[in-house]
Design a protein around this ligand. Structure first.
Ligand code: ATP
Ligand code: MG
Length: 425
């Protein structure tokens, strides 16, 4: 036998048992965004490398070491998208969707980052995200957070995630704070780990979310950005907090929350869980008012978030939320004898047409009664239908409940009625 070729490390197949779980999540997401009046945007998976360098920032984990970058046959440097915001802004600018307009958008699809694969961290993963353009106030920040909270409620996991919130102010405030932070950190260079020392001058804010315990301890005494906020930024943040409070959404303010991408300003947030080990951030986002301009468009305020679907599915699975997924079939239709095959295929077709939503699986491949019943049971169907010589002669169908109940023979009309009730339940 020839040697099998395996999938690429960190890039997973999603097999039928898992796609059923994904579909539950995906349809909840589609319902959610529809109920808020958001529209879907789809962008290519590959973009010019320069787009991500400019949007995400040269001195970020993603651009420094995680991108799948390659040369196209005509010499262009292309990159598999590591996130969705840059592409959304690029498309919005290119097609004139942003300036002087309001857009409430969402997307869902694969992203690519060359990271060390582990539970909740993969090289191809999937994000669902929303991006809103043209609205600069805290009310829309509150809406996107309320939307995410509604999702947790709908999926029955609200008790297992909590919201962390922070504000990064505007660029002047951040610049003043950066100076103060750098001055503080320079006095303690010897206590910084290697990454933080490197970041001290290239991207000092990122030192704040260092995972190093020594750095974390040191930061307890560092100045915080809150102290450097002007009135407008303070007001924006305070109003957002009030709106969240009015909506009954609990949060903690985490002054060290800065996010790994450079484009954020003002509001930043993460929904985190304690149930997934160190890959605890399920959803993250914030405001990014300067990005549209930075990518060549006209100044347009923007806010959004991205959610890792793998982490959400993992969490829901851990919580047992997929224990009662619907079965593949409601009805399994058996044909006894060659003469019944055509009639069975025909009957299945009629049932699908007459009973909307009913899942009908027809037995194919022949075999005796025992074999067909085994398949019927395995399909998870609630009932088996049997069509044989006798039934055909009498114009009836035998209905055999597979999960308890009496076997009986029914006319087609009575059968349709009975199955309509089953499809409703
Ligand atoms: P982390 O701190 O876990 O690396 P991040 O800050 O890089 O996350 P974002 O770029 O904000 O993450 O992406 C938003 C969400 O996408 C994350 O909160 C997470 O749920 C998911 N995500 C990010 N990277 C991966 C990955 N490699 N595999 C699976 N999910 C991911
Ligand atoms: Mg990351």
């Amino acid at each position: 036998m020839a040697k099998q070729i395996q999938a690429i490390r960190g890039m997973n197949d999603c097999l039928p048992a898992d796609t059923a779980k994904w579909q539950v999540v995906e349809s909840a997401l589609r319902q959610l965004v529809a109920s808020y009046g958001y529209q879907e945007i789809r962008t290519p998976i590959v973009e010019m490398t320069g787009l991500f360098k400019r949007a995400i920032g040269e001195v970020t984990d993603i651009v420094e070491k995680e991108m799948y970058t390659f040369e196209d046959r005509n010499g262009d440097s292309l990159t598999l998208r590591p996130e969705g915001t840059a592409s959304t802004v690029r498309a919005g600018n290119q097609h004139g969707l942003l300036y002087n307009q309001e857009q409430r958008l969402w997307y869902m699809g694969p992203m690519f980052r060359h990271e060390r694969p582990q539970k909740g961290r993969y090289r191809q993963f999937h994000q669902f995200g929303v991006e809103v353009y043209g609205l600069g106030g805290p009310d829309i920040d509150a809406e996107v957070l309320m939307m995410s909270a509604a999702l947790w409620r709908q999926l029955g996991m609200a008790d297992h995630v909590r919201l962390e919130l922070n504000t990064l102010g505007n660029s002047d405030e951040r610049a003043a704070y950066k100076d103060a932070l750098v001055a503080f950190l320079e006095q303690h260079v010897d206590q910084l780990d290697e990454d933080s020392q490197r970041r001290l001058h290239s991207n000092p804010l990122r030192v704040l979310d260092s995972k190093d315990a020594g750095v974390q301890a040191l930061l307890a005494d560092a100045p915080t950005l809150m102290e450097y906020l002007g009135d407008e930024s303070k007001q924006h943040f305070e109003t957002l907090c009030e709106l969240l409070h009015a909506a009954g959404i609990e949060y903690t303010v985490n002054p060290r929350l800065v996010r790994g991408l450079d484009y954020y300003n003002r509001t930043v947030f993460e929904w985190v869980t304690e149930s997934l080990g160190s890959q605890g951030t399920v959803l993250a986002g914030g405001r990014y008012d300067k990005l549209v301009d930075q990518l060549g468009g006209k100044d347009t305020p923007a806010v959004g978030f991205a959610m890792g679907i793998e982490r959400l599915v993992l969490l829901l699975d851990t919580l047992g939320k997929f224990d009662n997924l619907p079965s593949v079939a409601d009805v399994y239709l058996c044909a006894m004898g060659d003469g019944a095959v055509a009639a069975a295929l025909q009957l299945a077709q009629e049932l699908r047409q007459n009973v909307p939503g009913l899942k009908v699986m027809t037995h194919c491949g022949g075999g005796n009664f025992k074999k067909q019943m085994k398949r019927a049971d395995k399909s998870g169907a609630a009932v088996a239908l049997i069509l044989g010589e006798d039934e055909l002669k009498q114009g009836l169908v035998t209905l055999k409940p597979l999960r308890g109940g009496e076997q009986r023979q029914l006319s087609k009309d009575a059968l349709t009625e009975e199955l309509a009730a089953l499809a409703q339940s």
